[in-house]
Design a protein around this ligand. Sequence first.
Ligand code: DAH
Length: 340
Amino acid sequence: MFPELEKVHDDAKSSITAITDAEALQAWETAYLGRKGAITLLLRSVGQLPKDDRAAFGQRANAIRDELEGLFRDRQKAIEDIALARSLEEGEIDVTLPGRTTPTGGIHPATRTLRQIYDIWADMGFQVFRTREVEDDETNFGLLNIPPHHPARDMWDTFHTTTPGVILRTHTSPGQIHAMRRFAPGPIRVILPGMCFRYEQISARKEIQFNQVEGLAVGTNIRLSDLKGTITAFARRMFGAERKVRFRGSYFPFTEPSMEVDVECFCEGKGCSVCKGTGWLEIAGCGMVHPVVLRNGGYDPAVHSGFAFGMGPERITMLKHGITDIRYFWGNDLRFLEQF
Ligand code: DAH
């Protein structure tokens, strides 16, 4: 018997039973089996023993080392099992927890109004006809009876491109020319929605980009009364059947006569900050298509007539919801957008 060997053996065996984590087990292994561990040191000291004891000592020490190595592996396995069991328990899915909601986007308020506008006009037989946002000066102005240097050009401050004569459309009215040239001399009932661009100082009332919805009806025997009735029907669907509508004489180079359309303000004529005390809100410009424009589109004004209108969806949205600043539309502020 070698008491120092047996002492290490007993210490090691008793201390390992209390170990429950990998770190402590590692320390245990270092203390007994490591390069400077107790068993290792004892094995190295064999040479200092009396010759007769060496073989027996070595044998016993090796047996103890093998046994401790076995204990170490068993403990290691046990600790891994405990850790696995614990992680399974902790990671268990609690089916009673409420689910995490995925944030979903919504339809932009301008798009909602656009779709509403499409629906109303579709019911009256108007189809959507899309035309370009980058236009030539001639189609945006010239063919609409606004020759170069005409003072009416001041109504549309223009973004020019580096290519002379190529501009961003300032209104959807040039779409009238595209539609007429496509369908002449046949009848037309279309709306032309889309982005328009103006070189403006941005303010609560003015943006450099905004939508318009142009309307165009061309055929025979189309009269001013058709325009008034059609626009009135639209306004009543958009703003409510009780809402009063009024037409005011105005001027646009591409219509004759020209009018502006007002609907009764939500203050019911009392006068408020939205209508600036007038009791009326402007929603569109309109008129009978000018003979020059009809001819430019390929129609004979002696045979054909038509009406046109142009409305602003953002403006209509502002009126409907009492929005006082147009910059919200393209400001990308979720606090604004999430309200719709
Ligand atoms: N294009 C005009 C604008 O941007 C709006 C407009 C007025 C369109 C009268 C029309 C119209 O078709 O008949 O101010």
